[in-house]
Design a protein around this ligand. Structure first.
Ligand SMILES: Cc1cc2nc3c(=O)[nH]c(=O)nc-3n(C[C@H](O)[C@H](O)[C@H](O)COP(=O)(O)OP(=O)(O)OC[C@H]3O[C@@H](n4cnc5c(N)ncnc54)[C@H](O)[C@@H]3O)c2cc1C
Length: 442
């Protein structure tokens, strides 16, 4: 089948979504092609905007800088970072204000409530504390910077190994000892039986979330907590990040109302229900806006000189030819499939070269671009497509490859979405810039 559109967005993650938000009033017809959910569907629940490259992993959270200070350091120290490249082409006044405006627009258009803070110190389901700037509203009250002598009850579910309430309680108490600030008065833990799941082992996050989505289950859970709370003086409930997929606001609201406590989910590790909520909300945005989405894999393209003419998309056993005036490549990094190393490093659809630390990667082996320590920053996670300030990908000599091709998101070179704590910010901002120039190129 042959399909025609103005702008073709390749990818279905946060960058693709942010591009669609930017394009919503452009009058350009937009088609989204994605083969599957990518890294965005594993997101912890937080949107990180920028973190200072000189902040040490052991710095205490009471001292954490704001994302604006983190951005300033990135712009000062990392000249090939996507923020630095985009800032060089920005004519929108202060670049930090531009970043803030684009992230806010993406958060506000999402049919999922997000909450802002600068910075937030969020508890993870592993008991560590992570800086961020935006978070799903159900996690807002898990910000340690807002706790003052909180009396926290950590709630686990028997048979759900991903969330160990006792371990988390100990971690919180350790945090309290290390910090100068009295955010915590005391912490306790409770394993709460969910009647229909009694006796089960190895419960999966999504399974638990779907069960909790039912009103009779979450109301019964709230009542059981109230019985436990009798005669106790807790102020906060810290919950596993599985409080429903569809009904999260109603569940949190019911738990707060029934127990009278502040209640919040922690951030989530992989197999993330909050990531799934984000993915579902982005897909709902496409649907509600009437943006056509095709589930398929882009495998090749036609070009005339420096212009892409069409893309070839496989959808099951069907083959489509999609003619587009401009293309936004938002295919992510290793998880999404936008970056590959099979013998050599490349971007698989347009065969773009990959860059690391400002230089094109050729036949480097993985050990040559890795470090031995597990906790160290891994250079290979920064490999990606290099762009100019308009978001156009560059060849190995630094020249624009195609005039109507733009790239955004995790795919970009010289930022490491897994370890740098700016993944959502870079994805949203680079996609907004790419979309703006793609619209102008049609
Ligand atoms: C475990 C985990 C936790 C994270 N936690 C956080 C966090 O706390 N804070 C934060 O800011 N960020 C976090 N992130 C990162 C962040 O959510 C993503 O890196 C970011 O959203 C990148 O989005 P993207 O749209 O560029 O890529 P992706 O979300 O990976 O999307 C890429 C899309 O491209 C599609 N695609 C690829 N190739 C093709 C093809 N040939 N044809 C069609 N479609 C194709 C994929 O199917 C997918 O839909 C986390 C990531 C992971 C993996």
């Amino acid at each position: 089948m042959e399909i025609t559109t103005d702008i073709l967005i390749l990818g279905g993650g946060l960058a693709a979504y942010a591009a669609a938000v930017e394009l919503r009033d452009s009058g350009r017809e937009t088609l989204v092609v994605a083969k599957a959910p990518g890294a965005s569907a594993l997101n912890s629940g937080a949107w990180d905007i920028a973190d200072s490259p000189i902040r040490g992993p052991r710095d205490e959270w009471v001292e954490w800088p704001s994302w604006r200070e983190g951005l300033k350091e990135i712009l000062r120290r990392q000249e090939s970072h996507p923020y630095s490249v985009l800032a060089r082409g920005s004519s929108d006044g202060d670049f930090a204000d531009f970043v803030a405006a684009k992230v806010r627009a993406a958060a506000e258009a999402l049919p999922l409530e997000m909450a802002e803070g600068d910075p937030l110190a969020l508890v993870t389901d592993f008991g560590t504390v992570k800086p961020s700037a935006w978070v799903q509203a159900s996690m807002r009250d898990a910000d340690l910077r807002r706790w003052q002598r909180a009396k926290v009850l950590v709630l686990g579910v028997p048979g759900f190994p991903n969330f160990n309430a006792r371990f988390l309680r100990h971690s919180l108490l350790e945090q309290q000892e290390r910090q100068g600030k009295s955010h915590l008065d005391f912490a306790g833990s409770l394993e709460l039986e969910i009647p229909e799941l009694q006796g089960r082992v190895s419960l999966k996050p999504v399974e638990l979330a779907q069960r909790l989505d039912r009103e009779e289950t979450f109301v019964a859970a709230g009542q059981a907590i109230v019985r436990y709370l009798e005669g106790k003086v807790y102020t906060h409930l810290l919950l596993p990040p599985v409080m429903g997929i569809e009904n999260t606001p109603a569940i949190l609201e019911a738990l707060r109302r029934i127990t009278g406590l502040a209640a919040a989910e922690t951030l989530s590790g992989p197999m993330s229900v909050p990531g799934w909520r984000l993915q579902a909300a982005m897909e709902r945005f496409f649907q509600e806006r009437g943006i056509e989405c095709l589930e398929g894999e882009a495998v090749g393209f036609d070009a005339e000189g420096r212009r892409i003419k069409s893309l070839y998309v496989h959808q099951g056993d069907q083959r489509h030819k999609v003619r587009a005036k401009a293309v936004i490549l938002a295919t992510g990094k290793y998880v999404g499939g936008g970056v590959e190393r099979r013998g050599r490093w490349k971007e698989p659809i347009f065969n773009l070269p990959l860059f690391l630390q400002g230089k094109a990667l050729r036949a480097q082996t993985l050990p040559q671009v890795s470090r031995p320590g597990v906790a160290e920053r891994q250079p290979f996670l920064g490999a990606g497509a290099a762009i100019n300030p308009m978001g156009q990908p560059l060849d190995a000599d630094g020249q624009v490859v195609y005039d109507n091709l733009f790239a955004a998101g995790g795919l970009l070179a010289d930022f490491n979405p897994a370890q740098e704590r700016c993944a959502a910010g870079v994805s949203i901002v680079s996609a907004s810039v790419a979309a703006r120039h793609a619209a102008a190129a049609c």
